[in-house]
Design a binder for this molecule. Structure first.
Ligand code: NAD
Length: 252
């Protein structure tokens, strides 16, 4: 029960990596707040956690809207009095396209959901953590935050931004007992990255992507969640401002 009674917020916990992380924190005794734009997915995660004996509640939130993030944070503080750990994890992808052919609409949407949301969440989470005198923030970036990925300009820009924001805030609040890190998964099998869907876009692409990973396989969401738990635990008490790859060796 490493996180017993800790108040843990996970955005994008209605699916994929966020859902698995929410389950893992709940198993370790945390009170998990699931935030997602998808009400059905978010409620499902909460019901699953409660069915396993855990404590969880859902707040429908579009993290790309500052006023909704403000309502989310205020609701958590009203209900739980604090936020010990915040995983700013919600994110979206987009169809591949060269930079010159990328629409402004795709750019604006991906930057809003993947990058501006992390600023909105961190701004308000840090305000609360300063009042508490402690806190841990973990932002979900990607290996696309560490290197280029052709045909994914908005996604790559958004995930580089997440790392820059995490490092900057980590330095600003290191003396205030607030640790802030980023996690950088490689291809992880979730509804966002579905190998069958990838092969429909381009036949055989998923095998090519796998071949580029030294471990020759995709990641399972639990492998990302396990690293998230470690980074948010007291075992990582001197770790702040890092962009931690969980990538089967691809960035080595
Ligand atoms: N799956 C991968 O291969 C992979 C690799 C690297 C990084 N990531 C990152 O991991 C994070 C989680 O991705 P995933 O693979 O679990 O995807 P997913 O699609 O399974 O889950 C993402 C969740 O975010 C929610 N969401 C989307 N837009 C939102 C918004 N505006 N407000 C609130 N919630 C919103 C979705 O409803 C969904 O429940 C994302 O930030 C993604 O970029 C994923």
């Amino acid at each position: 029960m490493e996180f017993k009674n800790k108040v843990v917020l996970v955005t994008g916990a209605g699916s994929g990596i966020g859902r698995v992380a929410a389950h893992s924190f709940a198993k370790e005794g945390a009170k998990v707040i699931v935030a997602d734009i998808n009400e059905q997915g978010g409620q499902e995660t909460v019901e699953q956690i409660r069915a396993s004996g855990g404590t969880s509640s859902f707040i429908k939130t579009n993290v790309a809207k500052f006023d909704e993030v403000e309502t989310m944070i205020n609701t958590i503080i009203d209900q739980f009095g604090r936020i010990d750990i915040a995983l700013n994890n919600a994110g979206i992808g987009h169809l591949p396209n060269k930079t010159a052919d990328t629409s402004l609409e795709t750019w604006d949407k991906v930057i809003a959901v993947n990058a501006s949301s992390v600023f909105y969440c961190m701004k308000l989470e840090i305000q609360q953590m300063l009042k508490q005198g402690s806190g841990v923030i973990l932002n979900t970036s990607s290996i696309a935050g560490l290197r280029g990925l052709p045909n994914h300009m908005p996604y790559v820009a958004s995930k580089h931004a997440v790392i820059g924001m995490s490092k900057t805030a980590a330095m600003e609040y290191a003396k205030k007992n607030i640790r802030i890190n980023a996690i950088c998964p490689v291809f992880t099998v979730t509804p966002l990255f579905n190998p069958e869907m990838i092969d429909q876009v381009s036949a055989g692409l998923s095998e090519k992507l796998k071949a580029g990973i030294p471990m020759k396989r995709f990641s399972d969401p639990i492998e990302v969640a396990n690293t998230m738990l470690w980074l948010c635990s007291d075992k990582a008490s001197f770790v702040t401002g890092v962009a931690m790859p969980v990538d089967g060796g691809i960035t080595a």
